[in-house]
Design a protein around this ligand. Structure first.
Ligand SMILES: Cc1cc2nc3c(=O)[nH]c(=O)nc-3n(C[C@H](O)[C@H](O)[C@H](O)COP(=O)(O)O)c2cc1C
Length: 208
């Protein structure tokens, strides 16, 4: 059983990284493997070529920035934790690039993400946290994932690297999210109830 976390910050050992360290401890203590993948500052956006969907390759044609490794890891994982800094009131640009390509390659078409456990966290100096948290959740919400929450929104404050550790309440919210995600992963793993029927839905574009 494994949860993969995507750290959407371009900064090494920034607030998102330090927050995920704390979540890592909680998840491993609960008996679930945890790995953080951080694509860094050089990720490319989705080119809207639809090659991934047209071919069912489950990969992006852009193969030079590590995002395909993240896509493969997410397909393998039991749970996915999206963690991003807030940039101008929304998901940080690099993280948005990863999400667009992950969701199109692995989630649209032959959905490989359905019924995986999902959770979200964001880090920020002051404003835009709830909006960003909900943007992260919305990406997984549309992938038929099982969304897990904490007892408050996954919004943790800190500007300079390490400040996030001073947000006691935010750190507790994140730790609880980690425990809840691990619990859901284990619960689904041990469940004898079969996964409900899923598959393609009718896609319309509202003009025909
Ligand atoms: C381009 C840019 C835009 C930002 N926009 C916001 C913002 O809208 N709201 C906010 O509270 N913090 C904003 N911040 C601050 C970061 O969200 C904050 O420093 C966060 O902790 C960074 O996480 P990291 O250390 O993991 O990179 C911004 C930072 C950058 C570099």
């Amino acid at each position: 059983m494994k949860i993969v976390a995507i750290n959407g910050s371009p900064r090494k050992n920034g607030n998102t990284a330090q927050l995920l360290e704390a979540v890592h401890k909680e998840v491993e203590a609960a008996g679930v493997e945890f790995e953080v993948l951080q694509p860094g500052p050089n990720v490319h956006p989705c080119m809207a070529c639809y090659h991934c969907m047209d071919t069912g390759s489950l990969r992006c044609v852009r193969d030079d920035d590590g995002v395909n490794d993240i896509i493969a890891a997410c397909i393998q994982a039991d749970g996915i934790l999206l963690a991003s800094p807030v940039y101008h009131g929304g998901i940080a640009g690099g993280m948005k690039c990863v999400i667009d390509r992950l969701m199109l390659s692995a989630g649209c078409g032959d959905n490989q993400l359905h019924h995986k456990v999902g959770g979200a966290l964001c880090t920020l100096r002051r404003s835009g946290g709830v909006e960003t948290y909900h943007q992260l959740l919305a990406a997984m919400d549309a992938m038929e994932m099982v969304l897990v929450t904490s007892d408050y929104w996954g919004v943790v404050h800190g500007a300079d690297p390490g400040e996030v550790l001073q947000d006691t309440e935010g750190m507790e919210v994140a730790a609880k999210l980690g425990r809840n995600m691990a619990w859901m992963v284990k619960t689904l793993h041990e469940s004898k109830v079969p996964v409900p029927k899923t598959g393609h839905r009718t896609m319309t574009n509202f003009i025909r």
